[in-house]
Design a protein around this ligand. Structure first.
Ligand code: DHB
Ligand code: FE
Length: 285
C-alpha cells in the first residue's frame, strides 16, 4: 500500500524563484534564505519520495475571475511552468501521477469533498518555487508531483477546519492506494505577508512562530482558528497558511497514530515583503 512518510511546509515567494533563476543565491540578502533549505538536499536523498502531493494556490495565473475552484486536483500527466509575465521559469516540467490523483479524487469526492479535476494547467510560483527550494537546480524533478490547488486569492477562502478535514481524507485516500508508493504531502504559501494597502509589508514574527508551534503540537485546535484571524494577524495574504493544514491533516497522529518527528524548522525575515517559514515533519516508523 502507499505510505505517507513526511509532510513538508514552505513559503513560495516568487522573488526567491527569481533569485534562484538569476544565480543570486550567494548574495548577502539571499544567502540566509537559501541556507534554510540546505538541510533538505541530504534529507531528500535519504527519503526518495515517489510522489509529492503539493498543495498550493494559483495566483490568478491559470485561474482568474472567470473560474475560481475552491479545491482542484491535477489529474493530468504533466504541467509546464507558467509564464507569470516575465517568461516561464527555467525549471523542469512537472510530471504528474494520474493514477494516484484519480484515486485520491475518487476517494475524497466520495467522502463529500467536491474537488474540481484539472487535466491541463500551467503551474505558477506557488508550486515551482517550493520545488526549487527543496530540490535545488536539477534537470528533472526527482519525483512525480500531484498539484492540488486551493483558492486563497478571492474571498471566500475555505476555512482551516475544512482544509484540515480535507487533509485527513487525502491521507486516508493515499493510504488506501494499492501500490507501494512513498508519498509526501506538502503545504505551501505564507507566512505573514500583505502585498497591498496601508498595511503592505506587515510581518508578525510572534504569530508566525506560534502558528508553527501549534501546527506541530495542536493542529486540530489550530484548525478551529477563523480565517479573519489569519488576515488580521498575518496580513491579507497570510491566509495562504490555511493550506498548511491540508498537509498536516494527512499525518498519522491526527488519526490517532504516533506523533511525527520535527526533522527541520526554519524561520527568516525578510524575503521580498514576506516572512519565510519552512518545516519538515517525518512520520514515526
Ligand atoms: C509574494 C507573492 C506570493 O504569492 C507569496 O506567497 C509571497 C510573496 C510577492 O509577490 O512578494
Ligand atoms: Fe502566494
Amino acid at each position: 500500500m502507499a505510505r505517507i512518510t513526511a509532510s513538508l511546509y514552505t513559503s513560495h515567494i516568487p522573488a526567491i524563484g527569481a533569485a534562484f533563476d538569476l544565480g543570486r543565491t550567494h548574495e548577502d540578502y539571499w544567502k540566509p534564505v537559501f541556507a534554510g533549505y540546505d538541510f533538505d538536499k541530504d534529507w531528500m536523498k535519504r527519503q526518495k519520495p515517489d510522489v509529492v502531493v503539493l498543495v498550493y494556490n494559483d495566483h490568478a495565473t491559470a485561474f482568474s475571475l472567470a473560474m475560481i475552484p475552491t479545491f482542484a486536483i491535477m489529474t493530468g500527466p504533466e504541467f509546464a511552468p507558467a509564464d507569470e509575465g516575465y517568461g516561464a521559469r527555467p525549471v523542469p516540467t512537472v510530471v504528474g501521477h494520474p493514477e494516484l490523483a484519480a484515486h485520491i479524487a475518487s476517494e475524497v469526492i466520495q467522502q463529500d469533498f467536491d474537488l474540481t479535476m484539472v487535466n491541463e494547467i500551467d503551474v505558477d510560483h506557488g508550486l515551482t518555487v517550493p520545488l526549487s527550494c527543496v530540490f535545488g537546480k536539477v534537470d528533472a524533478w526527482p519525483c512525480k508531483v500531484i498539484p492540488f490547488a486551493v483558492n486563497v486569492v478571492v474571498h471566500p477562502a475555505p476555512s482551516g477546519a475544512r482544509c484540515f478535514a480535507l487533509g485527513q481524507a487525502i491521507g486516508r485516500a493515499i493510504r488506501s492506494y494499492p501500490e507501494d508508493l512513498n508519498v509526501q504531502v506538502w503545504g505551501t504559501g505564507g507566512m505573514s505577508h500583505q502585498l497591498q494597502g496601508p498595511r503592505a509589508g506587515l510581518i508578525n514574527r510572534e504569530w508566525d512562530n506560534a502558528f508553527l508551534d501549534r501546527l506541530i503540537d495542536d493542529p486540530a485546535g489550530l484548525a478551529r482558528m477563523p480565517n479573519i484571524d489569519y488576515v488580521r494577524e498575518a496580513g491579507s495574504e497570510g491566509i495562504e497558511l490555511v493550506m498548511w493544514l491540508i498537509a498536516r491533516g494527512a499525518m498519522a497522529d491526527v488519526a490517532g497514530g504516533p506523533k511525527p518527528k520535527v526533522a527541520h524548522r526554519f524561520y527568516h525575515v525578510p524575503a521580498s515583503n514576506t516572512a519565510v517559514g519552512h518545516l519538515i515533519l517525518e512520520e514515526a516508523v
